[in-house]
Design a protein around this ligand. Structure first.
Ligand SMILES: Nc1ncnc2c1ncn2[C@@H]1O[C@H](COP(=O)(O)OP(=O)(O)OP(=O)(O)O)[C@@H](O)[C@H]1O
Length: 957
């Protein structure tokens, strides 16, 4: 990154040996008024910022201040800063002078380089330094919290293990004990663990140098920014982006993804070293972030710290600081931690002596110890989550307890439950009731959080959709789709939802992901459709195959689980998972595990994963260790891939029944409007075709007319056949080739070749037939994944959806013609056409904790004269040609035929009943489901009848 302009304060700052040393950072979050002796205000450009006294101003803020001061001096001849600001600057200068005397021990070069890099970039002319928004606030604590040593992570004791490094000095022992106790308490209490994790227990390591904070009170918007920044260890290579938040304020976001919520008045700067992040070592957060910031105090247990203790503790360890640190600050800093007890004056806290602060550490440590000893409380009480009943806190049921729901259908609940009133449709089908007192209402598992005040309920949906029966894409959900949403989102049930092709499983799944993330989002401003990274960790989005995972923006089930190929024995796999703190963290942080295309998951794998979940989540008696699972797919479609041919369907797994509370079969077919065609496909699906159906398919051999140069898309079972067919069509075009080569990155980028829908190398010519691989403009205008079009020309119009590079320069071009992008004419429904320039997009294989294992930048197109049936699964095509001659796998014929939207748009070659292969186990599985559904409906109508006759007899009497 170029640096054309340097700020003096930046230079001073970066010339120091380590991060500046805060002198009095401990502060209570309980009473902001009374902490005024610690927090200082400074007014810059009319905005008031707070900083911690003694920490000094962060470089960007001081630069602003200096600049403002200079301007004001120029204009008025004297400083117009108020007395407090003058004092602030004086303190800052004094502190910097002091710290200049401290020599760099040379160990933190990386950090300093990074800081310098960042500083200079922020102030460079070609960066956005000139555009620094008025509302920028730099987190002093964050700067201070950045690790200054490369190897400090090694000192971290692993979560739940006893091998905490022994320490020598008393204070160090104390500190470690504190860490130990804190971590153990997290490990012991699953829900507390979640809470603490999401509340950012920061940097509880034994850092040899540098400062860090433990904070249980936060500004979620800022956390989100920080998480976004730290999610990518190399984030400094990403240009911070300036965006406008919902208050029309400028905000700088580093590494902002689509799902990153820019918070008000925030900027996050810093660098974390590229080492695996241990459990519960989250990102440091400044406790105070200016106007507009939100605070979400975190309750631990109501009996933990007395009433209403808003625990906010910052601690710094400096005993191992370089010898050049001056002894006074070291002594001070060794002992800084504030854990104020209830009723204790925060003012007193803030002015407490070092000894007082030491006592606070002891107090917290003793408290933890006492809690451990206090295991006289029944285990179930300690680990049970608290559910919110009105404004009361009451003990609720754990999710696992919902297994013994009044479920008369052997683990299945068919659409006979009540919908929550807020999403009950007007035209609720048989089985739905609008009665708010659902038959399950008193059995519902509670949110896995203790909630005292609704405002603080992290599970409270932050955004109520304007119409809860509509999807984010604007589709109106069917009653069955709504029922699934209700069961999953409102009632926290583990669900398997299935249905024939085109019944809207994918649409529903996408909506489920949105709503679950909103539910688990700690902060989502009204009217915005994004969530924070906490939600991303809590809602693990996976699929059985890479292509399916890419389609829903998740990762493969194998990647989530951290089991590699997963072929080893269960105990070996469990050890493998335990060997990675990140993987363990993923398993433990997740509240919901979503698996798409579950028909391709093998029974053995499902059992292994379920066992891993129970072990890693430390709840051996609960299915999936208490994890809510949401599985979807159609077992009549593609089966598990297994070369040995021994793969079993996952519904045959021992754990299947205990995993699923509710099974729902979606019945309304959306893809095919023609009921005759839908019925024909249903017969193909179950492999029981009438003669008339067979004949109808056999006469569909006529060629389909070309319209606007578009040919029907050929579906082949093998990739080789697809490549040959597309290659032949491309060669037939006389126009010049233009190559678009994907840019891949990430440690597992080799997986992209197989698993990413976007091609590694795309050769295009004017006239080439292509398919869109991503919805454009949110699908508005009809340009959706699966839309087919033709390359009309190339253009230089910048249509990229990918952020520019770290130096604000465009990414190197993907094609040999520089920045040329294809203009495509897409054919839309109703014979309309629409032209657009298709820009590059990004696919990433991401683990739920945000780790990007592979990333591809490519234009979202593939050649579409032909597609593999595998790739076509999930697509909707208006003109399809299916040749069943080479079909070899069960479900393949059905997947291929069911891509078509109409009989008019379908050409079928070599149709023979034998080519329609269905696995008998799948037939039996679905027959059982239907029987169970009928039984459930019968028992419900019986119950309704009983009720009605009881009501009429009571009226008569
Ligand atoms: N509630 C709805 N209202 C209107 N259209 C819908 C609805 N749900 C789904 N659709 C449409 O139906 C078509 C098929 O939907 P979707 O791809 O979700 O089905 P699916 O069950 O996942 O199919 P497959 O099993 O073949 O992948 C899509 O064009 C989608 O837009």
């Amino acid at each position: 990154m170029a640096s054309n302009r340097k700020d003096t304060s930046t230079q001073e700052w970066t010339s120091q040996g380590s991060a500046p040393v805060p002198e009095t950072p401990g502060v209570s979050g309980t009473d902001r008024e009374s902490t005024s002796s610690v927090f200082k205000d400074v007014v810059i450009n009319g905005e008031t910022y707070q900083y911690i006294e003694g920490c000094g101003l962060p470089p960007m803020l001081s630069a602003h201040l200096n600049q403002q001061q200079a301007q004001e001096q120029q204009s008025s001849g004297s400083s117009s800063l108020d007395a407090e600001n003058v004092e602030t600057v004086a303190i800052e200068q004094e502190r910097q002078e002091e710290e200049e005397e401290d020599d760099d021990d040379g160990d933190s070069d990386t950090f300093l380089d990074a800081k310098e890099h960042l500083d200079s970039d922020l102030y460079s002319d070609d960066g956005f330094g000139d555009d620094l928004p008025d509302s920028v606030l730099t987190s002093t604590t964050l700067w201070n919290a950045l690790p200054a040593e490369d190897d400090y992570m090694d000192h971290l004791s692993d979560f739940g293990e006893d091998d905490i490094a022994s320490q020598t000095s008393d204070s160090k022992d104390l500190q470690d004990n504190f860490d130990d106790a804190l971590l153990e308490s997290i490990a012991d209490e699953e829900y507390l663990s979640d809470e603490i994790t999401s509340s950012q227990v920061h940097d509880s390591s034994t850092a040899p140098t540098g400062d860090f904070g433990i904070e249980l009170d936060e500004d979620p918007s800022v956390v989100e920014l920080i998480e976004a920044a730290f999610a990518d260890d190399e984030f400094l290579e990403d240009t911070p982006t300036k965006v406008t938040d919902q208050n029309q304020k400028d905000v700088i976001v580093i590494d902002a993804d689509d799902n990153t919520a820019p918070g008000p008045s925030s900027v996050v700067l810093g660098k974390r070293k590229a080492e695996p992040e241990p459990l519960h070592r989250q990102k440091p957060v400044h406790p105070s972030f200016g106007e507009g910031s939100q605070r979400f105090p975190v309750e631990l247990d109501s009996d933990d710290y007395g009433e209403d203790i808003d625990l906010l503790a910052f601690k710094e360890i400096h005993e191992s600081a370089p010898p050049s640190h001056n002894s006074t600050s070291k002594t001070e800093l060794q002992q800084v931690i504030e854990v104020p007890s209830s009723g204790e004056s925060a003012a007193a806290s803030s002015s407490s002596t070092s000894q007082d602060r030491l006592t606070n550490i002891e107090r917290l440590y003793r408290y933890r110890q006492q809690r451990k000893e206090n295991s006289t409380r029944p285990e179930s009480t300690m680990s049970q989550p608290m559910s919110r009943q009105g404004s009361e806190i009451s003990l609720g049921r754990t999710p696992s307890q919902s297994q013994d729901l009044p479920d008369q259908s052997g683990g299945m609940i068919w659409g006979t439950g009540s919908l929550s009133p807020e999403i009950a449709p007007q035209n609720a089908p048989l089985g739905y009731t609008s009665d708010a007192s659902s038959r399950y209402s008193d059995e519902d598992p509670p949110p896995p959080y203790e909630v005292e005040d609704e405002e603080d309920d992290p599970l409270r949906p932050r955004m109520t959709p304007p119409d809860p029966t509509k999807t984010a894409e604007g589709l109106t959900l069917s009653p069955d789709q709504l029922f699934v949403l209700d069961q999953v989102v409102t009632h926290n049930r583990s669900v398997f939802f299935t249905g024939s092709a085109g019944t809207g499983k994918s649409v529903l799944l996408r909506e489920l992901i949105v709503r679950l993330r909103q539910k688990y989002s700690r902060w989502a401003p009204p009217g915005r459709n994004y969530w924070d990274s906490t939600a991303a960790e809590k809602v693990a989005v996976t699929a059985s195959t890479g292509i399916a995972a890419c389609n829903i923006g998740g990762c493969t089930l194998h990647s989530f689980a951290g089991i590699g190929l997963g072929n080893e024995q269960e105990d070996v796999l469990i050890r493998k998972v335990y060997s990675s703190r990140k993987t363990v963290g993923r398993w433990r942080k997740a509240c919901v595990l979503i698996v798409d295309e579950v028909s391709m998951v093998d029974a053995v794998l499902l059992d292994k994963l379920e066992a891993i979940a129970r072990s890693v989540r430390k709840r051996p008696m609960e299915a999936w260790g208490g994890l809510q699972v949401v599985l979807t797919g159609d077992f009549f479609q593609l089966p598990p891939v297994d070369k040995s041919g021994k793969a079993r369907f996952c519904f045959e797994a021992a754990s299947w029944k205990s995993s699923i509370h509710v099974t729902i079969q979606l019945e309304q077919v959306f893809r095919q409007k023609d009921q005759t065609f839908a019925d024909m496909l249903n017969e193909v699906r179950i492999g029981q075709m009438q003669h008339s159906t067979i004949e109808r398919f056999q006469i569909l051999t006529r060629p389909l007319p070309e319209a606007d140069g578009l040919k029907p898309t050929d579906l082949f079972p093998l990739r080789r056949q697809v490549e040959e067919a597309n290659g032949a069509e491309l060669r037939a075009l006389t126009s010049e080739s233009l190559f678009f080569v994907a840019r891949d990155s990430g440690p597992q980028k080799e997986k992209l070749e197989q698993q990413c829908v976007a091609p590694t190398k795309l050769e295009l010519k004017v006239g080439a037939q292509v398919m869109l691989l991503r919805n454009q403009n949110g699908g508005i205008g009809g340009l959706v994944n699966g839309s087919i079009g033709i390359v009309v020309e190339y253009t230089r119009r910048p249509a990229d959806n990918v952020r520019l590079g770290s130096d604000d320069k465009p990414l190197p071009s993907l094609n040999s013609y520089g920045e040329l992008l294809p203009r495509i004419r897409f054919m839309l429904e109703g014979g309309r056409s629409s032209e657009m320039v298709v820009g590059r997009e990004e696919w990433s294989m991401e683990l739920p904790d945000g780790e990007v294992v592979a990333r591809r930048v490519q234009i979202p197109l593939c050649l579409a004269w032909s597609l593999s049936i595998h790739k076509a699964q999930g697509q909707t095509l208006t003109k399809v040609r299916v040749d069943l001659a080479k079909v070899f796998e069960k479900g393949q014929a059905y997947v291929a035929l069911s891509r078509a939207t109409s009989l008019e748009g379908l050409q079928v070659l070599n149709f023979h009943p034998q080519k329609v292969m269905v696995h008998p186990k799948v037939v039996t599985f679905y027959e059982n489901l239907c029987r169970e559904k009928e039984r459930a409906l019968a028992s419900q109508s019986q119950a309704n009848g009983d009720q009605a006759s009881a009501a009429s007899s009571s009226r008569r009497s």
